[in-house]
Write a protein that binds this ligand. Structure first.
Ligand code: NIG
Ligand code: FE
Length: 433
C-alpha cells in the first residue's frame, strides 16, 4: 500500500549513506563503496524516494508543500534488511543459556531433549494468537534497532498444522505491522520427537504433505533445510529441496554450521539463493558458491552466543568474490538478538570486515538475497522510502558504539514507525549541544 500523505523532505543529512550502485549484489571492493552524499537532502513522495542529492542540487525542488524533517547533521541509512530470522516461537530458552554458561554445549542440550525440540513443544502448545503477540513484540525490537525488512522462517512446529500456524502468524505480522516479513517454510529444521529414528519418513512428510500445502496456501516464498549430519544429511536435504524447487520455492540452506558436511556444495548444485552459517565451510564449498552465484549469509551472533570462536571465513569469501550477507539468526536458542548493529560490531571485531563492508552486507546485499534488490536496501530514486535517522554523524559509529540503539527515527514507506521518536520534533531535543 502506498502512502498518500504529504511529501516529506529530509534535510541537513550529514551523511546520506545511499548505497547506490550496480543493480546486483556487491562484491570485492564494491562492498566498501557506500555512495555517501555529504550535506544531503532526500525528497519522499507517496512512500517512495523521489530524488536525493547534495543540498545545492536539490534545493530548487524543495517547495513549501514538503514537510521538512531536519536531521541536524546526522547519518541517514537505508533500513537494515535481516535475511535470516526465526521470529515466531513460544517461550524462551534462558534456562539453557544458563546451562551453557556452566559448561553444557548446545549439542549436549539438544541430545538431552532440549534445544530446538524444547521450543517445538512450547510452540505446539501455544495458540496462534499467543504466538502472534510474542512475535509482534519482537517485530518492534527489529524496527527500533533500524531493521525494516526481515526474512522469517517457520520451523518450530514440525507438523503440518503447527507449521501452517506459524506461517499464518508471519503473514499476519507482514500485514499488520510496519515490518516487512519475507516468509520461509522451514519444516526441515529438526526431527520432531514422534519421528525420532525415522528421519526418512519425516522428510517424506515434509516433501509430500507440508510443501504442497504451503505452496497451495501461498504461505512461503522460500524453503530452508537444516543440512547437518544427525539432522538432515546431504542426500535427505537434497531430496527435500528438490521437491521445493519443483513447487517454485526459492531455496535457502542452513549449511556447514556445526560441521563440514558439504552443505555449501549442495546449495550451489541446487542453485539456492543463499547458503547460511558456513562456519565450517570448505575451500571447495566457497568456490562452488562463487561459481553458482549463491550468496553466503553469515550469522556471527549465533557463534558469539554459543561461545565459539569459529566465525565464518568472511575475508576469504570477499576475496573469492561472493555477495556476502550478514544477518541476526534471531531465535530463542543460538541467537537471541534482533540487533543488526550488534551483528555489525561482531563482523568488524571478530571477522575482519570494515564497517562499510558490514553495512553493505546487511542492506543492499541482503535485499538481493531476498529477491528485493530493486525495491529496498539502498536509497535511490524510485525505491521504497525505508530509511533510518541514526543518532551519529559518522556511519562507522553504528558498529563502534556497541550495545546502544543508534536508530533514532525509523521510516517505512515514508512514515515514521518507531514509538521512541514518533515525531520529528523530538529529534532536535536529543541533539547534544
Ligand atoms: O540457525 N541451526 C539450526 N537452527 C537455528 C537454531 C535454532 C534454535 O536453537 O532454536 C540456527 O542457529
Ligand atoms: Fe537459523
Amino acid at each position: 500500500m502506498e502512502s498518500e500523505s504529504h511529501p516529506i523532505a529530509i534535510v541537513n543529512c550529514g551523511q546520506l549513506v545511499t548505497l547506490a550502485g550496480p543493480a546486483r549484489p556487491r562484491v570485492g571492493q564494491q562492498l566498501r563503496d557506500l555512495s555517501i552524499i555529504d550535506s544531503g537532502v532526500m525528497l519522499v513522495r507517496n512512500g517512495r524516494i523521489e530524488t536525493l542529492g547534495r543540498h545545492q542540487e536539490v534545493k530548487g525542488q524543495l517547495t513549501p508543500e514538503y514537510e521538512v524533517i531536519d536531521a541536524e547533521g546526522r547519518a541517514i541509512l537505508p533500513g537494515f534488511v535481516d535475511a535470516h530470522t526465526h521470529i515466531v516461537f513460544a517461550g524462551t530458552r534462558a534456562d539453557e543459556y544458563e546451562l551453557r554458561a556452566t559448561g553444557a554445549t548446545y549439542q549436549q542440550i539438544a541430545e538431552a531433549g532440549g534445544g530446538i525440540r524444547s521450543t517445538v513443544r512450547k510452540t505446539r502448545d501455544a495458540s496462534e494468537g499467543a504466538l502472534f503477540n510474542a512475535a509482534e513484540r519482537y517485530s518492534n525490537w527489529f524496527l527500533r534497532t533500524g531493521t525494516t525488512t526481515i526474512e522469517a522462517k517457520s520451523g518450530y512446529g514440525l507438523s503440518l498444522v503447527d507449521e501452517i500456524k506459524i506461517l499464518r502468524v508471519i503473514r499476519r505480522l507482514n500485514r499488520t505491522t510496519p515490518l516487512e516479513c519475507v516468509p520461509t517454510f522451514f519444516g526441515a529444521h529438526e526431527i520432531p520427537d514422534e519421528y525420532r529414528g525415522r528421519t526418512r519418513e519425516y522428510a517424506e512428510l515434509v516433501a509430500r504433505e507440508m510443501l504442497p500445502e504451503v505452496a497451495e496456501q501461498e504461505l512461503a516464498e522460500y524453503c530452508d533445510v537444516f543440512c547437518e549430519p544427525g539432522v538432515f544429511d546431504v542426500p535427505t536435504s537434497r531430496s527435500i529441496l528438490t521437491s521445493a524447487r519443483k513447487l517454485s520455492f526459492g531455496l535457502r540452506v542452513h549449511a556447514d554450521q556445526l560441521s563440514q558436511s558439504g552443505g555449501a556444495e549442495m546449495a550451489a548444485e541446487l542453485g539456492a539463493a543463499t547458503a547460511d552459517h558456513l562456519e565450517h565451510v570448505a575451500e571447495r564449498g566457497i568456490e562452488a558458491l562463487q561459481r553458482a552465484g549463491v550468496q553466503p549469509v553469515l550469522l556471527p551472533a549465533s557463534v558469539y552466543t554459543l561461545g565459539s570462536k569459529r566465525f565464518a571465513p568472511a575475508r576469504r569469501m570477499i576475496e573469492a568474490g561472493l555477495g556476502i550477507v550478514l544477518a541476526t539468526d534471531f531465535n530463542p536458542g543460538s541467537s537471541p538478538t534482533p540487533s543488526i548493529p550488534f551483528v555489525l560490531s561482531l563482523a568488524c571485531t571478530q571477522m575482519g570486515m570494515t564497517p562499510a563492508e558490514a553495512i553493505t552486507a546487511a542492506t543492499i546485499n541482503a535485499a538481493w538475497s531476498l529477491g528485493r534488490g530493486t525495491e529496498i536496501g539502498s536509497l535511490e530514486a524510485g525505491k521504497r522510502a525505508n530509511f533510518v535517522i541514526h543518532d551519529c554523524r559518522d556511519y562507522r559509529e553504528i558498529p563502534y558504539f556497541a550495545g546502544i540503539e543508534s536508530a533514532m527515527a525509523v521510516f517505512v514507506r515514508g512514515e515514521p514507525v518507531t514509538a521512541k521518536t514518533p515525531c520529528p520534533e523530538n529529534i532536535g531535543a536529543r541533539v547534544p549541544q
